[in-house]
Design a protein around this ligand. Sequence first.
Ligand code: NAD
Ligand code: UGA
Length: 467
Amino acid sequence: MKICCIGAGYVGGPTMAMIAHKCDDIDVHVVDINSDRIAAWNSGTLPVYEPGLQEIVEANRDRNLFFSTEVDAHIRDADIIFISVNTPTKQYGVGKGKAADLKFIELCARRIAEVAVGHKIIVEKSTLPVRTAETVKRILANTPHGATFDVLSNPEFLAEGTAMTDLEAPDRVLIGGESAAAIETLVSVYARWVARERILTTNLWSSELSKLAANAFLAQRISSINAISALCEATQADVDEVAHAIGKDSRIGPKFLKASVGFGGSCFQKDILNLVYLCEHYGLTEVAEYWNQVVKMNDYQKARFARNMVKTLFNTVSGKRIAMLGYAFKKDTNDTRESAAIYVCRDLLTEQANVAIYDPKVTPAQIKADLKTVFTNGNGELAARDRKLIEENVIFCSSAQEAAKDAHGVAVMTEWDEFKTLDPAELYGLVYKPAFLFDGRNILDHNAYLQAGFEVYAIGKGLLDGE
Ligand code: NAD
Ligand code: UGA
């Protein structure tokens, strides 16, 4: 059996590496139009950082796992073609800011229709609006070489940072489709390492919608606990204690109840906005408004964190150095897409702060690119004033200590484990006094920082007084 995966990104790369790793007899070709990305997959420095990924890629690369830019050749050769391209929020025209931009999906479908021969199983791996398979099928119906197709939906549920363990032991694999034979072929691939009872089969539309619904439910939990965090700060309740207490109810459960500076990542916001757009499309205004509130609450949380910092630092951060510990949207990844840190950094820069950033995995080039994007207006223009802020007020550091040196405030943005072992007394010695710590993840030992001399603001706990 030969598999081709179009899209060598955060999903395509790790997912295909796992299939190659588990299925010796299957040749897996991951193709992409981005030649730099393919070159990186073929190098010692992979484009995606995931614990355990490098080992699996190195063990299988050029054996039964291949990365290349030869899209057409591998489409032609494959029995199963996964489409794992990006589906970002549309930035233009109808549905701008909400709908999923399906141009990359359509381009793939057209390419497959154009070059395919024989029978192919096409698998939607990307997250898509419900009924996209219909579009894909219509495009595939116009093929010059008499190829035939089955279209399946097989959304991916991996989370970044734990991609390899999620792929190795998934809660479930979901396969939606119309042809029992095609479904069984794909089931047989996963069944090499996933128990059959964890492989769910549904109709196409349930599968497509389940992916959007799962992300919406997950994000909703975070927005719910973040909403409660604001109320905790107003009432001296402690959000971690509240989360613990409600999570003990087996109907609620303890996971995904960690209050934070706001959820980030490439998918939660995009998928909810996509869901909102779909609901509006079907005239379900109240349903659309309900889900939109999850995103609004997240925006509120990010803005609230930055506002609290400014307020605590005597209502001005102009000319002050703020140490930002962490920039990735969560720990154990180099991904910064929609990271809360981008928005907090933008708000602090707008207040003329100097932001000293340290993240163990994110590059300065990525941070600059994110900030340029977030300051760029709807017409694609970056004001000279904002460019200057990015060039002059952002400082890239190679350790937490370097970032904290002469800082007026230290903010934890990402829950990297290494921040938990920082020495509060050492940091206290480095920063300006009065010393302020803003814990956007509630990962530090607040009492230890209070004892070292810091004033501590923690999400859902407010300004701690040390008693
Ligand atoms: P990504 O941007 O990292 O990768 C997508 C890749 O597709 C890029 O390398 C791009 O060059 C390539 N591509 C685009 N158009 C192409 C074309 N016509 N031909 C060949 N290559 C093309 O995206 P990602 O994070 O891997 O996400 C892919 C999909 O999976 C999205 O729909 C996303 O919502 C979904 N998803 C992502 C995650 C995640 O953790 N990132 C998890 C589950 C699902
Ligand atoms: C999420 C889902 O968990 C995956 O199942 C899904 O496949 C994926 O989106 C996707 O479709 O892209 P991911 O975004 O990689 O995965 O990471 P999560 O662990 O879900 O975290 C998302 C954001 O929520 C992070 O910023 C994280 O810090 C934040 N978060 C998470 C909280 O603030 N509190 C929590 O309790 C959990």
